[in-house]
Design a protein around this ligand. Structure first.
Ligand SMILES: *Cc1c(COP(=O)(O)O)cnc(C)c1O
Length: 430
């Protein structure tokens, strides 16, 4: 008997009217198969689907839900904001307040602009970098995801080491030819590319802690080399902290590693679960944005009062003493227990973790770039994924994603999760 009869019907109906039945591709369960549960509501660390299955949620709406879902303070602030009107298309004090809160924690963002998604933030940051430097080329790292703007949907080409190939149809070759691709954590390779192309590069964009090939940490000195080399050749350094911003500490990877990028992109957590993005950096660069400068970028709903309110309330809660310490302790408890459970049943595993962001890779080898991430046993992952889902643990339906612990997860949630993973490990005959 299926656990998901209602979801199945809704999925069939949705597929007839929306490509894949979803508003964003990974939600369709393409890499794991089966029916995605249709979620009816969420509270704290839990999700419920339309068939009344309850899940402990480690996706956290792909990162934003660091407080858990429907936090009472965020909900109360939002209700008040809704009653004041949902959008004015005019400046508000809320934008000023959130901008100041962010700058206070991330001083490299001397000025910033709000947009509606992480994609808009990176796309606009690239345009700004090109407008500011009057250069065309950009450099990205294999396995880093920066949203779906044309120039960033590029992977390493099979023939040439440096020039990319589009990862989507509909992206023209002239766009891709301006995007160079380098291997994450390959300091030598990066330095070599800079030697050849450094003076033509407008910006180097990177997830300072990668989260979109699973969680992959930068090797010692890697980010510093990127900072030094970009400075040397006059290229801007863009930190895409859409995922890591306010996730890895109060601030972001740039605070954790003490490296100042020229431009930072944010999203996810700073919108407290509402659609948001932001990009910002040195004033002399940001003043090139319209209306003060000649780089055009705009948005009807940008800086809208609901997203600003949810963001302000969320960051206020995050600023409480020991918030991140407690969250990290809980996360480490979970990852240690998962590692023990898997290892004691001879299941090859590597767990990468930074604060409350982590990934289980089904491989014995270290995972430090996209190629090593791809060595995972994906059949094993599929099996793991469905066992967890059927037993009430919700993780991302792809082996190349990060998982997140939220402030709402309890020790009991952790214990329950580990027991389920243990049961899975027992059920597997390797
Ligand atoms: C999620 C994400 C994006 C894209 O943000 P959207 O709001 O989905 O457009 C960009 N960069 C990183 C690092 C992300 O994790």
């Amino acid at each position: 008997m299926s656990l998901y009869p209602k979801s199945k019907i809704l999925f069939e109906q949705s597929k007839a009217i929306m490509p894949g039945g979803v508003s964003s591709p990974v939600r369709a369960f393409g890499s794991v198969g089966g029916t995605p549960p249709f979620i009816s509501h969420a509270k704290g660390a839990y999700l419920w689907d339309v068939d009344d299955n309850k899940y402990i949620d480690y996706v956290g709406t792909w990162g934003p839900a660091i407080l858990g879902h429907a936090h009472p303070k965020v909900v109360a602030a939002l209700i008040q904001a809704i009653n004041n009107g949902t959008s004015f298309g005019a400046p508000t004090e809320l934008e000023l307040k959130l901008a100041l809160m962010i700058k206070n924690v991330l001083p490299s963002m001397e000025m910033l602009r709000f947009v509606n998604s992480g994609t808009e933030a990176t796309m606009s940051a690239i345009r700004l970098a090109r407008g500011f430097t009057k250069r065309n080329k950009i450099l990205k790292f294999e396995g880093c995801y920066h949203g779906h703007a044309d120039s960033l949907l590029v992977k390493a080409g099979s023939g040439s080491l440096t020039f990319g190939e589009p990862t989507s149809a509909g992206i023209i070759s002239s766009t891709v030819s301006e995007t160079l691709v380098c291997t994450f954590n390959d300091t030598k390779g990066f330095t070599q590319i800079m030697k050849t192309f450094g003076k033509e590069i407008a910006a180097v964009i990177i997830e300072p802690i990668a989260g979109n090939m699973g969680c992959v940490l930068p090797a010692n000195g890697f980010l510093q080399t990127i900072r030094d080399e970009t400075k040397k050749y006059g290229a801007l350094l863009i930190f895409d902290e859409v995922m890591t911003g306010f996730r890895v500490c109060f601030g972001g990877a740039q605070i954790k590693f003490n490296i100042q990028p020229d431009i930072t992109c944010l999203g996810k957590i700073i919108g407290g679960g509402l659609p948001v993005g932001a990009y910002g950096g040195k004033s002399e660069i940001m003043e090139h944005i319209s209306p003060t400068g000649d780089v055009y970028q705009a948005g009807t709903l940008s800086g809208n009062p609901l997203a600003m309110t949810a963001g302000i309330t969320t960051i206020e809660i995050l600023s409480q003493p020991n918030f991140y310490e407690q969250l990290e302790t809980l996360s480490t408890l979970l990852t240690n227990k998962i590692s023990n459970a898997l290892t004691s049943h001879n299941i090859p595993n590597t767990i990468n973790q930074c604060a409350s962001m982590w990934s289980v890779f089904f491989t014995d080898e270290k995972v430090f770039d996209f190629n090593s991430a791809k060595k995972i046993n994906s059949e094993l992952f599929k099996n793991y994924f469905h066992f967890l889902l059927n037993n009430g643990v919700y993780i991302a339906p792809s082996p190349f994603e990060s998982s997140f612990v939220s402030k709402s997860h309890s020790k009991e949630d952790i214990e329950k999760t580990v027991t389920i993973i243990e049961n899975w490990a027992k059920s597997i005959m390797l």
